[in-house]
Design a binder for this molecule. Structure first.
Ligand SMILES: [Mn+2]
Length: 270
């Protein structure tokens, strides 16, 4: 009955399978919690998505920015980016089935033990607001009008949280903060999208989101990914699991109950 959280896979199918073997994953008894960014940049996004689809009864995943990008590309609301590696997903015979699976995934997941999102939880957001906005986003993503909804959700603004924002902007902030956040401006806790670097090189105007005091209703461990430059990082409040597999480093699993860390190294592609 083991539970594992796994960092950003990003189309690294070989490493996913190596990791699954290393943890001796049993699909009948174990659960995998995936922090999102299942696809893109790596070379086997389609195989990764098919494997996850096949094992969906034992998997919980949240959407990352690259997964949401795939939804935007499939919906035809984004122009192709020269670095994307998701064409084989969009053009596959089973694309609509795989896309429908992604369309029914949350941005934020919580259970009694932890909260999981791809990038994190903005410190000004309380748990009820977070889950309520997540529910709205999921409802719109599953609606017949989902392409229009997705088209409204790309772009950097609003980058400041306020409960005075209208619902559409609140949902957009939820999506931006839960899929793209790394640093906040200290002055107003607005999202900074530019700096992706290591904390050591930080300007004193910026602060990692998880170094700001959370709303007291956020009283569980937050498991997230998205931040390859941060790497595997844990403190008393958070577990960051993006150890940069697609950039030639490691794919990481965290055994949620024992705290054990299991990693496999990236295999260079020919
Ligand atoms: Mn990401």
């Amino acid at each position: 009955m083991a539970q594992y959280a796994i960092g950003d896979i990003q189309g690294c199918y070989k490493e996913l399978i190596n990791l699954i073997h290393k943890i001796e994953f049993n699909k009948n008894t174990d659960t995998l919690y995936l922090v999102g960014d299942l696809v893109n940049r790596g070379s086997e996004s389609l195989e990764v998505l098919r494997w996850i689809y096949q094992h969906q009864d034992s998997i919980v995943t949240v959407l990352g920015n690259h997964d949401f990008y795939l939804l935007g590309r499939y919906a035809g609301v984004l122009e192709p980016d020269s670095q994307e590696t998701i064409g084989e997903v969009i053009n596959s015979a089973d694309a609509s089935k795989l896309i429908d699976y992604l369309r029914s995934r949350p941005f934020v997941y919580q259970n009694e033990q932890f909260i999981m999102t791809h990038a994190g939880v903005h410190p000004l957001m309380d748990i009820n607001t977070l889950m309520e906005l997540n529910n709205y986003a999921m409802r719109y993503l599953l609606s017949n009008n989902y392409k229009h909804f997705i088209s409204l959700m790309f772009g950097n603004k609003p980058n400041i949280w306020s409960s005075d924002l209208d619902l559409e902007k609140q949902i957009k902030f939820l999506i931006n903060s839960s899929t793209r956040m790394r640093f906040l401006n200290r002055s107003d806790l607005s999202l900074d999208y530019k700096f992706k670097g290591e904390i050591d090189n930080l300007s004193n105007k910026l602060i990692p989101w998880f170094k700001v005091q959370f709303n007291p209703s956020i009283n569980k461990r937050i498991i997230f990914g998205h931040w390859a430059a941060l790497g595997l990082y844990q403190d008393e409040n958070v577990s960051a699991l993006d150890s940069g597999c697609v950039w030639g480093r490691y794919l990481t699993a965290l055994n949620i109950d024992s705290g054990e860390i299991i990693q496999v190294k990236y295999n260079k592609r020919k």
